[in-house]
Design a protein around this ligand. Structure first.
Ligand SMILES: [Cu+2]
Length: 413
């Protein structure tokens, strides 16, 4: 029996290799198609604004061309592997050099690459345009959340009279070219809302700009895409686009003066607990001591990167701590996700209503933040930061204090 016979018999005895291949191919195809699920919110094949569309117009043909080339190459390799498999045949005739083929294989890829390079460079310049900017928002990354700082002035025709500082949820007017000025307070992060534009790194000491524009009112999400420490996976972000009239209402709501909770209420106790335990890191605009003096936070003494989220109007946003933990019930979250265009503004501007408020994550956060978002791989590492924390430390609050704080935080609107 020669070698080729032996191979044939062995293959013939195996339990139908063809069926196994077919099965593997079907599973693979299933996985690929699962990636195309229609309601994948961070799918960059579904642009929802002009900047993301420009990227899509570029990456789609490139993806298809590369896909076709890839299939041809893989097919040819597969064909050759099986056709010329070692069956003990003689070594084929050896040759060297084939000028025609070599020239063709140099020119063809060069043409394809040039065809990709020209529109790529044009798109890069278009995405970098700034002269039509109608609104500027400062975005600062920090382990592990994003801060948004709205400068005073006009934003898409809406006048912002006093600075607004929020976290997690970027609120922008629809159909308005917004320019984000992105930086970081500690390590390198990267800002990405796939439906609205590509990524931009947030680098300490540098200011990078990124255009944002949404066609339709709605909620668009993303996440930090540069590894930034232990809780990188829990650093997410959302952009909320509101029609200009609704954006005006949002600005008005944010700038509404502070209203102290009713005396002797649970919320009033919460205000005291907040001043005693939280205000050294967190600002709530307008909050005052009993003698009327303003309570001002001093987070640079306690937090490595120097800032903690501004907690004014906490329940006008819908998720906390790097937009990772929901404070909306699942049902209300689904409704918010699924509403686009008309109707979204009204729904969003209600904030987290009592029916929609899910306190589980917030309560757990106050109970044990480091359990939800680890800060140090080695818990004794605090010495290396001069006693400062990277995120929010566990403050060992009692359940009573937590009840008071929640009553206080949800009353602020
Ligand atoms: Cu990050």
């Amino acid at each position: 029996m020669d070698r080729s016979d032996k191979t044939m018999t062995t293959l013939g005895d195996m339990p139908s290799p063809r069926r196994r291949w077919t099965r593997a191919a079907l599973v693979g195809l299933g996985l690929v198609l699962a990636g195309c699920a229609k309601d994948a919110p961070q799918d960059y094949f579904q642009p929802k604004g002009p900047n993301a569309e420009k990227i899509d117009n570029l990456q789609r043909p490139v993806f298809y061309i590369a896909g076709i080339v890839g299939v041809i190459v893989l097919g040819a390799v597969g064909y050759i592997v099986f056709k010329f498999k070692d069956r003990g045949q003689d070594i084929p005739e050896q040759s060297h050099g084939n000028p025609k083929l070599e020239i063709a294989l140099t020119i063809l890829p060069a043409i394809i690459l040039a065809g990709i390079a020209v529109p790529t460079v044009i798109t890069v310049f278009e995405l970098d345009k700034k002269d039509d900017t109608e609104c500027i928002i400062n975005v600062t990354g920090q382990q592990w959340w994003w801060e948004y700082d709205y400068a005073t002035g006009s934003c898409g025709g809406v006048e912002i009279a006093e600075p607004i500082v929020t976290s997690g949820e970027l609120v922008i007017p629809t159909d308005t070219p917004v320019l984000l000025r992105i930086t970081s307070r500690d390590v390198i992060h990267s800002y990405w809302i796939p439906a609205l534009n590509g990524k931009r790194d947030a680098v300490p000491g540098r200011l990078h700009t990124l255009r944002m524009q949404a066609d339709e009112a709605g909620l668009y999400t993303g996440q930090c895409t540069e590894f930034c420490g232990l809780s990188h996976a829990r650093m997410r972000q959302a952009a909320v686009a509101l029609e200009p009239a609704d954006f005006q209402t949002w600005v008005d709501n944010q700038l509404e003066p502070y209203a102290a909770p009713e005396a002797d209420s649970l919320a009033a106790e919460g205000e005291g607990t907040f001043i005693a335990n939280c205000s050294k890191c967190h600002q709530v605009n307008g909050i005052a001591n009993s003698d009327g003096s303003p309570v001002l936070s001093d987070p640079d003494l306690y937090v490595v990167s120097g800032v903690a989220p501004n907690l004014t109007n906490l329940l006008t946003r819908t998720a906390i701590a790097g937009w990772t933990f929901d404070i909306l019930t699942e049902e209300c979250r689904t409704t918010l996700w699924e509403t686009r265009g008309a109707g979204f503004g009204e729904l969003y501007l209600q904030g987290v209503t009592p029916e929609c408020f899910d306190e589980v994550a917030l309560r757990e956060w106050l109970r044990n933040p480091t359990g939800m978002k680890p800060m140090f791989a080695d818990a004794t590492n605090l010495e290396s930061t001069g006693g400062k924390y990277r995120g929010m430390p566990n403050l060992n609050l009692t359940e009573d204090q937590i009840d008071q704080l929640i009553a206080f935080l949800i009353e602020r609107k």
